[in-house]
Design a protein around this ligand. Structure first.
Ligand code: DMJ
Length: 530
């Protein structure tokens, strides 16, 4: 199975290790000898003709050797390769800024070049980006990042977000381990995994929001009160299962089993759960149903757990959730033929869609090629309609980038009134690109690549800074105004999905790999994907 064939080794044809390098060298040496012969021999003219002929031969062989695949690339494949190279250059630009101004810190501030350590100061970008560097064949950058990882000690007196630490650091280390087989990443993942375990020391067995990585003290911040957040309770299972399998430590699988058992027993509303759950009693609290903020990756992980390990109960919950999403949350704006996902508050539909929800089309498309998923054709059709809306929200804006929050107006009479932008921020988020990538893999329709390319060009135009890339304050304004922030998911997800959509299908084939909510690939362990 091919996973890293694009740049691994860094070299091209003259470095292919099949004797071509030495042939090129021999030709060069021959040319040198002939040049000497011209100057020394009385038969200089003959030697000169030989030199010219050899030169022509050398150029012809050189052209064949430099890009052997050019000869068989179709124009479409050639275009993909050029686009992939541009994405890789963008990654290098962002990484160089981080490396020059903030190496070892969590993030660089892309306009001021200051440092930011919101995620414990372990180097969030550096760990989140490991597998993207592996895919892109950035060996030198990877070596420097690995040297930093080798020095990391996660047992720090620091109250870490259980969710963010799991998806960014633990997921990043585990996929780096699975892609490379390098034990260092597993050793660090194990250390971090054990430091995170006390998060589950709650009366309900659901994880607290925060855990001190040195003392094990686990708690919720005041804003969360006694509640655990749905996305936080349901977005660690892929990482903990992978860690259990790689380390042989069943304690990690035990946590997955007990939280999954909780959701199996819990009573849902048409497959959907409210975003908060009482951490002491396990009572589902409130009546806010959404696939967006506070809930998103919970639903994503139902499907992906099934694809990862074949867990049948996750499939049952996913099927129920997919039905509930289609029935309770999805609505239309007929005047512009837009299909969108809203929310339910106390039983009332609220037509607000956040950018985070744009992972849903990708989830449904992935569902449509998963054995045991109900109504796959309908899921794919819905995925295509929702992805189109997510893309249109980008295309409509003067910057070509999508807003954070939109209010749809199903009753609008004019196309221009189909929605209103509620928050115009663009945080370099990946969800729309994620869905375009999955839909491209599932349908093979090149329009998804073209849409992704338009988004990439808009990022280049409005988000690029001299040292990296920045989010925007308002995508509806002609200058966008940069917000001086580049979160680690830009490296882990946004650029990775862009790179993958222009890569051949045998790079991380979806049948063999499952991507976590932070786009970290983990090897499929069950046989459930078609
Ligand atoms: C990422 O950290 C993850 O995708 C997470 O699940 C939600 N959002 C951000 C990116 O927008």
């Amino acid at each position: 199975m091919a996973i890293l064939p694009l740049y691994a080794g860094g070299g091209r044809a003259d470095m292919d290790g099949r004797g071509r390098h030495s042939l090129a060298k021999r030709l060069r040496r021959r040319l040198l000898e002939l040049r000497l012969a011209v100057s020394e021999s009385p038969h200089g003219a003959l030697a000169l003709v030989s030199l010219v002929l050899c030169g022509v031969l050398f150029v012809a062989v050189g052209v064949m050797l430099r890009q052997p695949e050019d000869a068989v690339l179709s124009p479409a494949q050639q275009l993909c390769r050029e686009r992939r190279d541009r994405v890789r250059q963008a990654f290098i630009h962002a990484w160089s800024g981080y490396e020059q101004h903030a190496f070892g810190h969590d993030e660089v501030r892309p306009t001021t070049n200051a440092t930011n350590d919101s995620w414990g100061g372990f180097g969030a970008v550096l760990v989140d980006a490991l597998d993207t560097m592996m895919l892109m064949g950035l060996d030198a950058e990877l070596a420097r990042a690995r040297a930093h990882v080798a020095k990391l000690d996660f047992r720090k007196d620091y109250s870490a977000s259980f969710f963010e630490t799991t998806i960014r650091y633990l997921g990043g280390l585990l996929s780096a381990y699975e892609l490379s087989g390098d034990e260092l990443y597993l050793v660090k993942a194990k250390q971090l995994g054990f430091a995170l375990l006390p998060a589950f020391n709650s009366p309900s067995g659901l994880p607290y929001h925060a855990v001190n990585l040195a003392t094990g003290e686990a708690k919720n911040p005041s804003w969360a009160g006694r509640s655990t957040i749905l996305a936080e309770a349901g977005s660690f299972q892929l990482e903990f299962s992978a860690l259990a399998l790689a380390s042989g430590q069943s304690v990690f699988a035990d946590r997955v089993r007990s939280v999954n058992a909780f959701f199996s027993r819990a009573e849902s509303t048409d497959g959907l759960f409210p975003v908060t759950i009482d951490i002491d009693t396990g009572r589902l609290a409130g009546s806010h149903l959404t696939t967006g903020a506070l809930a998103d990756s919970f639903y994503e992980y139902l499907l992906k757990q099934y694809r990862h390990t074949g867990d049948a109960e996750s499939l049952r919950l996913y099927n129920a959730a997919a039905r509930g999403i289609a029935r309770l949350l999805v609505r239309e704006v007929p005047v512009r033929n837009l299909t969108f996902i809203g929310q339910l508050d106390g039983g009332v539909h609220v037509a607000t869609q956040d950018h985070l929800m744009c992972y849903v089309p990708g989830m449904l498309a992935l569902g449509s090629v998963t054995l045991g998923v109900e109504k796959p054709t309908e899921q794919l059709a819905l995925a295509e309609r929702l992805a189109r809306t997510c893309y249109i929200l980008y295309r409509d804006q003067v910057t070509g980038l999508g807003p954070e929050l939109v209010d749809f107006r199903p009753d609008a009479r004019e196309p221009s009134a189909a929605y209103a932008v509620k928050s115009g921020a663009y945080l370099l988020r990946p969800e729309t690109l994620e869905s375009l990538f999955v839909l491209y893999r599932v349908t093979g329709d090149a329009k998804y690549q073209d849409w992704a390319w338009q988004i990439f060009l808009a990022i280049e135009r409005f988000c690029r800074t001299p040292s990296a890339y920045s989010g925007l304050k308002d995508v509806t304004r002609v200058d966008g105004e940069q917000n001086n922030s580049m979160q680690s998911f830009f490296f882990a997800e946004t650029l990775k999905y862009l790179f993958l959509i222009f890569s051949p299908d045998d790079v991380l084939p979806l049948s063999d790999w499952v991507l976590t909510t932070e786009a970290h690939p983990l090897r499929v362990r069950g046989r459930i994907a078609s």
